[in-house]
Write a protein that binds this ligand. Sequence first.
Ligand SMILES: Nc1ncnc2c1ncn2[C@@H]1O[C@H](COP(=O)(O)OP(=O)(O)OP(=O)(O)O)[C@@H](O)[C@H]1O
Ligand SMILES: [Mn+2]
Length: 269
Amino acid sequence: MSMLADFLNDLVADVDGLFLFSPSSSFYERFESVETGLVVVAPQNSVGADQFVELPLEFENVRDRVRFGLEGAMDEDLVDSGDVVACALGTFGDDSDTILRVRADEKMHSGMYDLFTNSRADPSVIRDVFEVAIELGKKGQKGSPVGALFVVGDAGKVMNKSRPLSYNPFEKSHVHVGDPIVNVMLKEFSRLDGAFVISDSGKIVSAYRYLEPGAEGVDIPKGLGARHMAGGAITRDTNATAIVLSESDGLVRAFKGGRLILELDPEDY
Ligand SMILES: Nc1ncnc2c1ncn2[C@@H]1O[C@H](COP(=O)(O)OP(=O)(O)OP(=O)(O)O)[C@@H](O)[C@H]1O
Ligand SMILES: [Mn+2]
């Protein structure tokens, strides 16, 4: 099997760093003293690594997990764009069963890391809302494209800067994003006007809100309409994150601090 050993050698030759994803402590200890550029990527830094990137959620998809780890490491200046790193991770279980070689690239800098780590709402709430938006974007509503606007976090302030367009179907309910039945409701109500308001912990506070933020100082790409403008602007006036599905181009965008920080095509997910 020397050819296979050669191949493995090639795979890790001249790398600038080694990323261990959720390593066990015994696995980590094997590398701890020898490697420079060692970065641990995990939900918690249970091994006490010096260089650590927190995963806010376990990405089932390996590409997403690696991309998130690299993006976090770039944001934290643990690697530079252009660096080539080896990653050790578990694809089928907790034990490391996979080695991959990848170049940290500005192109994989989607804003996802920043969105999760610097938002007020729980990372899992942001993820659940993304999933609803992506699913809606893929399927539309009964086959035709729909748009939707979700404002996540800092809900009290968001409510103060908005008004109802219609009765609020979530008025006395205590339902949360991520419950399967709620996702069905969100999709159903997305056909109607206005925004959903969701709390830091994921409670659906309201549907049908007309947002009235000040649009001053909002830096949003030209060509986006009122839904995106309102979604973007509310994140400047409050500490909310806005996740917007466009009816016209089908993309999902996220805004924070009055800026567009992420744009993705549901068909890629
Ligand atoms: N201030 C607002 N608050 C809440 N919802 C809004 C607001 N402005 C517009 N919308 C919603 O966005 C919908 C689409 O508006 P518009 O086409 O101007 O937005 P857009 O940014 O071009 O979005 P899309 O790409 O989906 O067309 C409106 O029908 C309305 O439901
Ligand atoms: Mn439009």
